[in-house]
Write a protein that binds this ligand. Sequence first.
Ligand code: ADP
Ligand code: MG
Length: 431
Amino acid sequence: MDTYNVLLIGAGGREHSIAWKISQSEKLDKLYIAPGNPGTAKIGKNVPLDVSDFDKVYDFIENKGIELVVVGPEGPLVDGITDFLRERNIPVFGPEKNAAMLEGSKEFAKEFMVKYNIPTADFAVFSSLDYDDAFKFIQLKDTYPIVLKADGLAGGKGVFICNSEEEVKSRLLAIKKDKTLSEAASKLVVEEFMEGEEVSVFVISDGHTSHIIHNAQDHKRIGDGDTGLNTGGMGAYSPAPILTEDLLVRIQSEIIEPTITGMQLEESAYTGILYVGLMITEEGPKVVEYNCRFGDPECQVILPSLNNDLLDLIIAATEQRLDEKSIQTDDKYRCCVVLASEGYPVKYEKGKVISGLDETDEDILVFHAGTTHKDGKILTNSGRVLNVVGSGKTLRGAIENTYEAVKKINFENCYFRKDIGHKGLKRVSNL
Ligand SMILES: Nc1ncnc2c1ncn2[C@@H]1O[C@H](COP(=O)(O)OP(=O)(O)O)[C@@H](O)[C@H]1O
Ligand SMILES: [Mg+2]
């Protein structure tokens, strides 16, 4: 059998879980992770590459005989790493720049959805020079809440749900003052607020054929009960009980198929993982946003459920052979709790010694997100530090197993949400 030398790009919990899953493949020869983290170092070889320097990445690929590149985060995809490497005949799993625009530009995504009749919230777009017009537009509309979104990548910090005219006014001023944000908001999308429950569906596509891998719900706010500031994600669980078989069929036919076909018609065939963020409204599922890669921490609950060989699927996707494959997932629930540094997402300390990493049960997975090695110890090194993933036959069981494991891991000022998965519990009968 052909085996592959693989380079995985990224450094978070998502990439640790991708590395963990790929490392189980019969098709893997050597796995390199750039730059990786102390978790991925146990699975493959970390390489300290600056992944925004595509020439350096290419040199490494040539030197090590890399045969496939898997890209974890959105940044390099939106910057065109796939195009750059494909021009040099290197197979890459991840969309090209034009296709990654589905995440890279909210304006592009909204106009694409209108063109292909994909259900989403009504919207209008204003350039940064026309914030006055945006304000007048919102004033005339006079319906709250209303959603303001920076067009470009803003690391989850570019969306504002405003409840009054005053809030809109001060928010527009704040965006203008913030240098990074005003860059992402050189165009501003003003969007109708959708009422409902959110859920994420993960799709693998080779440009023509696509399959749903699985679904999950994440928890973006820092505090229990979805309160406080937005974060990169404080936890996730899978699958989401709100997604009935009927809803999944609708999502497939009303959203996923037209998206994949639409991108073909735009001559930007979509290969890679497509993350569809949905709001389940009274009128049915509507798209909140697209992302061009796995979610973090949703990936950490999705991949352990996948029975397929992930590398085999990825290879099939890069060779336009996904029609030969079908997705198999197990029937367990999974829950992921993010252990964070107290104070995240604002201000927090780093360098705390982590204990108990080897004390969790065998069926618990601990993925590293922001950790570092020092003198044989593992230390905290970021806001989101570790992802603890447990499973169970029921959602309740999965949640309990995960929180039991969380108790065994410690570091000074460790913070985590206590209610991951509770939204889903409300919907299942086997309480
Ligand atoms: N039109 C909308 N109606 C209701 N909530 C929304 C709407 N758009 C965004 N949101 C909320 O804001 C969050 C962030 O918006 P999203 O478009 O996913 O941007 P990003 O992930 O790039 O920050 C969503 O997860 C959702 O909770
Ligand atoms: Mg989002």
